[in-house]
Design a protein around this ligand. Structure first.
Ligand code: NAP
Length: 496
């Protein structure tokens, strides 16, 4: 049996049977059968389903948030906000489907004459990929789970979804699925259109990704888990695309003049971001890059020292809540220990009382150490951050290059055009999906311009995003129709 635990006390909340291999097979087969009608559905039908799912979440809000709070300890304020965002996201993809974006056509009328200028009539349409295996993340029990962005965008694209429930919020996932089943039944849609499997260990996820009916993977979680499943997707006899959104260290590069002007305010803001949700955000600012020699006339080292002291104090005042699971807490303690073993100066490293939530951690290393030691560049998932002291701008750029790939890079103090700020912007854009020039990276708006992804190790597919309108495009592939008959063209991009 699978067990659901209270994240604060460790007490058992309930047990549930795992999905058997036979049932995983049946679930994938049912998803394949649901694909044909859903692929050919109209934008209005897709919108009706997505809006019905948003309504179902809101109708059961009180019970869902209470359950999520027990299983994750994320607190009702955060969880209500996350449920709002999840419903918003479903309705946004409903609008996108209704506007016809999955059916966009590039029309290339015939041109008389010999090639290469002359050509037949051609239209470029979008075809949904097929059933998507969707892996939920533990730290967003609504927004990156059963009815999260991957499910919303896959359904809007015309793809059925098989959810792999996260073992960290099993009861919640099942209650959300109860609502999904009611919506599917009320709209007379097949149960295989949105289904769920659950299981301990790795076998069930591997079976899902290997199943011949599955046409794509969508994953939000750890780099190790995403890498393992991406390898499975690539090793299939018929490989499939695997969109893995993974861990990230999200460097914040703060220029000394900016810190001299408003270091105290920025330290408070940054400490809040580091400890938010007990640091369990993929966009948690895990690396703070400070440059000790940059501008003549400014004692950058003294400014940076003062900022680190302010950050340390602001972090000391934070009171993180319990972590999502016991395993995550152990991984956090181990990650912090790796920093200490790698020779980091542990600026703030208090021992939490037995059974109490973790205390925030702040450590400091030189840029040379950070570049030389891989252990210092790994994501430590929890309320912690590593200050990296660079001796020069070029060393700061080497630090970014050593990170290699990140969901975000934040640049504080790049408001003026100069050789230095151009170099920093280029360095940031080379490794990040989103570059911020103000504020902190936690908080990912669902918009048309959003980009949530980045080069490895932050995702397996740097050309795609898992948040925002463009998330839809992951689950579509282009097909060119040449000299197509009139009856087909009349469908205006709606697949048959
Ligand atoms: P996780 O442990 O990788 O789990 C994610 C899902 O994958 C779970 O369903 C898990 O199954 C399954 N899984 C993991 N490894 C597997 C393997 N080798 N084979 C088959 N299935 C496997 O991640 P998490 O703990 O939920 O999330 C925390 C991590 O996610 C952090 O690193 C965080 O930065 C990252 N994250 C990234 C984003 C983003 O958008 N980039 C967003 C949120 C979180 P079980 O449930 O059975 O463990």
């Amino acid at each position: 049996m699978l067990t659901s635990y209270d994240a604060r006390t460790g007490a058992t909340l309930g047990t549930l049977p795992p999905t058997s291999p036979v049932d995983v097979d049946a679930t994938c087969t049912a998803a394949a059968q649901a694909f044909a009608p859903w692929r050919a559905s109209s934008g209005a039908q897709r919108a009706a389903l997505l809006r019905g799912l948003a309504d179902s979440l809101e109708a059961d809000r009180e019970a869902l948030v209470a359950l999520a709070d027990q299983e994750t300890a994320l607190g009702p304020v955060r969880l209500n906000g996350e449920l709002d965002r999840t419903a918003f996201q479903l309705r946004r993809f409903a609008d996108i489907a209704e506007r016809g974006e999955p059916f966009a056509v590039v029309d290339d009328p015939a041109v008389a004459g010999a090639p290469p200028a002359g050509h037949p009539a051609m239209q470029r349409w979008w075809q949904p990929l097929g059933p998507v295996a969707m892996f939920s993340a533990s730290n967003f029990p609504f927004a990156f789970s059963v009815l999260g962005g991957d499910t919303a965008s896959a359904l809007a694209a015309g793809c059925p979804v098989v959810v792999k429930a996260h073992s960290g919020h099993l009861l919640l996932s099942n209650r959300v699925m109860d609502g999904v089943r009611r919506v599917l039944a009320a709209q007379q849609l097949p149960a295989g259109l949105i289904s769920m499997v659950q299981g301990g260990g790795r076998d069930i996820g591997v079976q899902l990704v290997r199943h011949p009916a599955i046409a794509a993977g969508a994953f939000t979680g750890s780099t190790a888990g995403g890498a393992a499943l991406a390898a499975e997707a690539a090793a299939r006899p018929r490989p499939i695309p695997f969109f893995g959104e993974l861990g990230s260290v999200n460097p914040v590069v703060a220029l000394p003049a900016e810190l001299a002007a408003q270091g105290s305010t920025l330290a408070t803001t940054l400490a809040g971001s580091i400890a938010l949700g007990c640091g369990q955000f993929c966009t948690n600012p895990g690396v703070i890059v400070l440059i000790d020699h940059l501008q003549p006339g400014l004692d950058a080292r003294a400014v940076n020292d003062a900022f680190v002291a302010q950050l340390e104090e602001a972090l000391r005042a934070q009171q993180p809540h319990a972590m999502l699971t016991r395993g995550m807490r152990d991984a956090f303690d181990t990650g912090v220990a790796h920093w200490a073993q790698a020779g980091a100066d542990m600026r703030l490293h208090e021992t939490a009382a037995a059974g109490a939530p973790p205390r925030p951690v702040l450590a400091q290393v030189s840029a040379l150490d950070f570049i030389a030691k891989a252990a210092l560049r790994e994501e430590v998932f929890g309320p912690s951050s590593l200050v990296v002291r660079a001796a020069s701008l070029s060393q700061a750029l080497q630090v970014l290059a050593a990170v290699g790939g990140s969901l975000t890079v934040t640049l504080w103090g790049a408001q003026q055009d100069s050789e230095e700020t151009r170099a920093l912007v280029a360095g940031a854009m080379a490794i990040a999906g989103r570059v911020l020039f103000a504020g902190v990276p936690t908080g990912v708006a669902v918009t048309a311009a959003q980009q949530h992804g980045g080069p490895w190790p932050s995702s397996t597919r740097p050309e795609s995003t898992s948040v925002g309108d463009a998330a839809l495009m992951r689950f579509l592939r282009p097909v060119c129709l040449q000299d197509a008959p009139a009856w087909l063209l009349q469908r205006q991009g709606q697949p048959v």
